[in-house]
Design a protein around this ligand. Sequence first.
Ligand code: PLP
Length: 396
Amino acid sequence: MQLSPAVSSLKPSATIAAAAKAKALKAQGVKVYDFTLGEPDFDTPAHIQQAAIAAMQAGHTHYTPSGGIPELKQAICAAYEREHGFTYKPNQCLVSNGAKHSLHNAITALCGPGDEVLIPAPFWVSYEALVELAGARATVIPTTEESGFRLSPADLERHIGPRTRMLLLNSPSNPTGATYSTAQLEELARVTEKHKLWVCSDEIYDKLLYTGEKFRSWTTLLGGIPERSVIVNGVSKAYAMTGWRIGWTLAPVELTAAMDNLQSQQTSNPCSVSQHAAMAAVSGSQQCVADMLVEFTKRRRYTLDRVARLPKVSMPEPGGAFYAFFNVSRHFGQALPNGKVYRDSTEFCTGLLEEAHVALVSGDAFGAPGYVRLSFATSLANLEAGFDRIEKFLKG
Ligand SMILES: *Cc1c(COP(=O)(O)O)cnc(C)c1O
């Protein structure tokens, strides 16, 4: 079939594909230890669910303004001010169908053919595809394990050319969990300001930080750089609300209006009921976030200890999010205890799934060959059983 060029070069999301493989094995009755999907295993907190039920019963089941209801925009701006001390007005806020949609809006509204977007690797699976869908070009900047997978100001500057339009930054990072200190962020901001680059800062893991340092939002750097900043965030990760599909951007008024136009033609509004649930999430008690963080902190500690015990595996300590991204390349090209030889991360993950029934995502999907991603957003019991199997796979 003749498909459009934009769509025919598109690959399905690699994390979703890896999860599908694990699901297929489960459907055959096999017990699979699945660490592929990047979502909290917790239920959405009860007060948020109640807000959705109340919204339905109050008749909030109709179209809303395309960019979201004013009360939610107000609530998001108030939360941003409370958490970051920086004021955005509701006309600088656009509510969308998840942060992924927000990213697509921002990239499409700012970038087109001839533009280059800088993406530090390892990167979240959808960044490259979203840039290419907009007709722009993704320029990947590799980072090293030794640097903790952090982009250095010198590497950033070296990759800026006349067509560079935007930097896509994600801290804490999916897949590596890497975080930047305020000083490191400000060094990067000096470079992007010098070259007048837009920065799209994906801050979806801002509340899942384990370093003890306070999260620093991009806009607030260098005394405030709102002119060329797009902040992307949402309720999926912090409030265990992946299925509700609510994300947002905070951006200049003119850009927000353009993205609203785009969204009004694409999808009309984000789900009315979910918007009311999101309002309860951002303006209600934040105790649920703290409680989930306590659990994630235990799981992270356990994960770090178990990864450290794996033979010939290395990993910089993740400062945020809920992933362990570790180097398994020292096992390539030589027989493992099962007698099989794997040449790359994708083969390694396939072997691990088929032989040990443990599902991880190959680093190839994140622009980082030699690595694998494990999501620790799952129970300690599941992690324990999974790591026992990974250990046996590597040690015999
Ligand atoms: C999960 C995730 C998103 C998308 O979140 P949704 O709001 O569910 O669309 C965006 N960026 C990163 C880095 C993520 O891990």
